[in-house]
Ligand binder design. Structure first.
Ligand SMILES: Cc1ncc(COP(=O)(O)O)c(C=O)c1O
Length: 476
């Protein structure tokens, strides 16, 4: 019998690309293993993972929120209550008891859309956030937002002519999933000179181009706040987006996983698309995604999230229910995480003071690092960087020496991939080149997260490397 080869697999799988965990991340892992094994021949002593928004990752070490972890611990091992009942806050004990009464053991499958009580809590959270009703039947709990995005792209795509409008730069989940399901990515560029604003004209142009190519634009993806840009949509743009969806019969996919990551909430507040759609009385089909992985919780590994359906018929909702039933249920640990996300401690409750302190500290550190890193990057020759008002990233633009561009061409790589590889080899800092998120031809960027502690040292290493790189390739 001959061995299984890639050529035997679904060809769509071979087209999938996911830069956040690509060549650089693999190389960074090799360096980390070398350092652990005691190698002394590298020019750095630690690898800094600035490539992925994974706050609790080793080395980044964002502390988990105590409240969520205490509830999770009691859910994992209910007899623990006997040891902690006089030590842990009473609201933690009550929350765990309430969830245990509803769920029983978290070792059992739950309802395929998620535990009904938790879905009720999600609906209440949305109602309080937006001021409009939310129906728990419209809520699907998921294994992170990714699982919801994947499900919806799968059900929306009818190959080979379904197009999905995606922002460029984008989080590569979208292009990767489109490749997997044979959908066509219809890129629309965000406007960098306007702080990565969403341009209606760009979306319109992408729809027209798709029509010319025989592709039907079926859905529009908006990431708000953006990844990798951190940009937030203002209300005027959101209303125009909704009207555009009405005009072109588009389903709106609103990826709102960074809704709590706001560094300048006074000037750049978050508004949900659900609220805008309801306020305008718009009939557009909308799916909105949220997650426990981001915000200040950063519980990426628990795999918790949800999507809400707005203006979706009971028949379509029933089909979605059928599809999620095939996967049985989202992880219970993630569902508990969602409950803690949407029902965080309130003033007056015993857990509140610590929860407030922890969340404020994380939010302040993210905002401070974002500001400091943007200022320092902007001071470098050939670098310009929009200071993100949201999310966890910066996306600086690089002007690179012609010789670097040529050297990259010889290696068959984009020039920002060469820059990122040399940065990793020289400093141990792992970022993702802009080519992984999409950018205009001839442009170069990279994305770095604002999650690394010791930012002074880290930015200093970036600055030194940048100057050496310019010198090595003959300057600008
Ligand atoms: C814009 C965006 N959407 C979705 C996700 C996926 O998050 P989750 O861990 O909830 O699957 C990410 C993760 O980085 C993201 O940046």
């Amino acid at each position: 019998m001959r061995p299984l080869t890639p050529a035997d697999l679904n060809p769509a799988i071979l087209k999938v690309q996911y830069a956040v965990r690509g060549e650089l991340a693999i190389k960074a892992e090799e360096f980390r293993e070398k350092l652990q094994a005691g190698h002394k021949d590298l020019p750095f002593t630690k690898v800094i993972s600035s490539n992925i928004g994974n706050p609790q990752q080793k080395g980044l070490d964002q502390p988990p929120l105590t409240f969520s972890r205490q509830v999770a611990a009691l859910m994992e091992y209910p007899p623990l209550v006997e040891l902690v009942k006089d030590k842990w806050p009473q609201d933690v004990i009550e929350r765990a008891q309430e969830l245990q009464e509803e769920i029983g053991s978290i070792g059992a499958y739950s309802h395929s859309k998620g535990v009904p009580l938790i879905r009720k809590h999600v609906a209440k959270f949305i109602e309080e956030r937006d001021g409009y009703p939310s129906d728990p039947e419209d809520i699907f709990l998921t294994a992170g937002a990714s699982a919801g995005v994947s499900l919806l792209l799968n059900v929306l795509i009818t190959p080979p002519t379904t197009g999905i409008l995606i922002p460029i730069p984008q989080y590569p989940l979208y292009t990767a999933t489109l490749a997997q399901y044979n959908g066509v990515a219809l890129p629309y560029h965000l406007s960098e000179p306007d702080g990565w604003k969403t341009s209606l004209a760009e979306i319109e142009a992408a729809i027209v181009k798709a029509q010319q190519d025989g592709i039907t634009a079926k859905a529009l993806v908006i990431i708000n706040p953006g990844n990798p840009t951190g940009a937030l949509l203002d209300l005027e743009t959101m209303e125009a987006v909704v009207r555009l969806c009405e005009q072109h019969s588009l389903v709106l996919l609103a990826d709102e996983v960074y809704q709590y990551n706001l560094h300048k909430p006074e000037s750049h507040p978050f508004h949900s698309f659900k609220q805008v759609v309801r306020r305008l009385g718009s009939p557009i089909p909308l799916f909105s995604f949220h997650s426990i992985s981001k915000g200040v919780k950063g519980e990426c590994g628990r795999r918790g999230g949800y999507f809400e359906c707005t203006n979706i018929s009971p028949e379509v909702r029933a089909l979605l229910y059928k599809m999620v039933s095939v996967g049985l249920c989202p992880p219970l640990a993630g569902q508990i995480g969602v409950d803690c996300l949407v029902r965080s401690p309130k003033p007056g409750q015993p857990s509140y003071p610590l929860w407030k302190k922890e969340t404020d500290e994380i939010a302040a550190a993210l905002a401070q690092r974002t500001q400091l890193m943007a200022a320092r990057l902007n001071a470098l020759p050939g670098v310009s960087c929009v200071e993100s008002p949201g999310a966890l990233y910066l996306y600086p633009r690089l002007e690179l020496p012609q010789k670097a561009v040529e050297a990259a061409q010889k290696l068959g790589k984009p020039a920002d991939a060469l820059y990122a590889m040399e940065l990793l080899e020289d400093t141990g800092i792992c970022v993702v080149p802009g080519s992984g998120f999409g950018q205009k031809d001839g442009e170069h960027h990279y994305r770095l997260t604002c999650l690394c502690p010791g930012v002074e040292e880290y930015v200093g290493a970036l600055e030194n490397f940048h100057m050496k790189f310019l010198e090595k390739y003959g300057g600008l």
